[in-house]
Design a protein around this ligand. Structure first.
Ligand code: SAM
Length: 255
């Protein structure tokens, strides 16, 4: 009986500590703020597809539940890639990893080697090394006027940006952005491409080969420290509102 009492007391104390812990309180508040933001990724993706004003080809890397984004996308040709790690039904065109998809594409095993997509949405495995590979593979198969869109580029706290996907007592609760921001920030140092990040839906990164969406970042963060990102979000990610992004695109259209 004593042991049961001890266990209940320990659980109660732990719960109380978590409820009153400042990191958990801040994590909760920031998650709530983020999920209230609009637009969602689908609206942004549809906006850039429409901006292109032609028959488009859309590719989504990492789909999980198509009704949450893929089904909402308006494009003449849509292609989906997912190995089915999170949804065992996995109703996608290519039930393979993104690496395998691009390898098969390159070797002419699927679709055609010459295919170019207009918008590629990168939302697969959220680890920096994989996201970086997804970016460079996507650039190879992206039309010159196309866009890469990346989800989860703006994690609100270090806990959201953790490498531990399965840890559920974290101040980030069930929300997880992984280390995508590191790949995006690193890519933003390149002068040969243009990029910005819409401040909504956990950070929607946009990359263009030819439209000047913003200059490379000058923020120096060689060890990818979260606190340096946090203190320099605007400059590191070129963080803009959706309205600012739309104005930028409309000005660029005139030239
Ligand atoms: C965050 S979910 C995608 C959500 C979806 N894009 C949306 O907007 O609602 C991430 C998906 O990536 C998939 N995934 C995991 N590893 C992958 C890989 N190496 N290549 C492609 N997809 C991967 C998972 O199976 C999961 O379904």
């Amino acid at each position: 009986m004593k042991n049961v009492y001890k266990k209940v007391k320990k659980t109660y104390d732990l719960g109380n500590r978590l409820l009153n812990d400042s990191y958990h309180i801040e994590g909760d508040e920031k998650s709530v703020l983020e999920i209230k933001k609009t637009p969602l990724r689908s609206e942004v993706i549809n906006y850039v597809l429409k901006y292109l004003n032609k028959e488009t080809k859309y590719l989504e890397i990492g789909v999980r539940y198509p009704e949450e984004n893929f089904d909402k996308i308006i494009s003449k040709n849509k292609y989906s890639v997912d190995p089915g790690t999170e949804n065992f039904k996995n109703p996608v065109d290519f039930k393979i990893t993104s690496d395998e998809f691009f390898n098969q594409l390159r070797s002419g095993k699927i679709l055609t080697r010459e295919i170019k997509f207009d918008v590629i949405f990168i939302d697969g495995l959220h680890f920096a090394e994989q996201v970086e590979r997804d970016i460079y593979n996507s650039l190879e198969f992206l039309n010159e006027d196309g866009f890469i869109v990346l989800h989860d580029c703006n994690p609100p706290t270090a806990f959201h940006a953790s490498e531990e996907y399965l840890y559920r007592l974290s101040p980030s609760g069930g929300y997880w952005n992984g280390t995508t921001w590191k790949a995006f920030y690193k890519f933003r140092q390149k002068s040969s491409f243009f990029s910005c990040c819409i401040d909504s839906d956990w950070g929607i990164g946009i990359v263009s080969k030819k439209l000047n969406l913003g200059n490379p970042t000058k923020i120096i963060n060689p060890y990818f420290e979260f606190n340096i990102l946090d203190q320099n979000r605007r400059e590191s990610l070129n963080l803009v509102s959706f309205d600012e992004f739309k104005v930028k695109l409309s000005i660029l259209k005139k030239f």
